[in-house]
Design a protein around this ligand. Sequence first.
Ligand SMILES: Nc1ncnc2c1ncn2[C@@H]1O[C@H](COP(=O)(O)OP(=O)(O)OP(=O)(O)O)[C@@H](O)[C@H]1O
Length: 201
Amino acid sequence: MSLILDDVGHEYETGRALFSAISVELIPGRTYAVVGPSGAGKSTLLNILSGNLEPTRGRVVRARSTTSNWVFQNPHGVPGRRALDHVALAFLARGDSRAEAEGKARDLLDQFALGSVAEERFRHLSGGEAQRLMLARAIAAAPGVLLVDEPTAQLDVRTAAVVNESLGRLAERGCIVVIATHDAGTRDSCTDVLDLAGYQS
Ligand SMILES: Nc1ncnc2c1ncn2[C@@H]1O[C@H](COP(=O)(O)OP(=O)(O)OP(=O)(O)O)[C@@H](O)[C@H]1O
């Protein structure tokens, strides 16, 4: 089910107008890079897409059943919980048995080059590992829309490419993936680019 931005613009009470007149239909199967200079409003647009923030202009049309999942720039995990359990829980919540959930979680961890830290506690992961774990957990939840803020900011080029590929694969499974990014590699790996520079008020 698509997500439609209809003439969307936003201005915080305290500030200037960030962007205006964004009209675009986001379609399952595609990955959207939201780009623009720092302060252009990329995170704000993700917030609007998530439904957490009402735009001051226009509207977002989404199916009532659409689930969205947000991966933040700063990873939030449970310090004493194993990496594996963070991902397995999402499968358990969807009705899998413990064995099935752990099997699927290990596959996903391997995809994100996290197989070797599956048994590690969250607090022992590096910044980049923790961020990839958050992505794996979000993907395990199979949301209709995945919103990701700067997924490759802490990663080396090779690991960033792994993450970009995984986000593309998730889209291919029917998810709308929207990524706020400054990373040219991530932008180029997306099927579509939404450049906020073109929507300045
Ligand atoms: N809750 C808020 N209230 C008032 N102003 C805000 C609020 N959130 C963000 N802003 C301002 O709106 C502007 C856009 O912020 P936003 O975080 O959306 O930009 P961004 O493009 O994601 O930036 P960056 O690339 O640096 O992450 C900034 O000037 C910021 O200070």
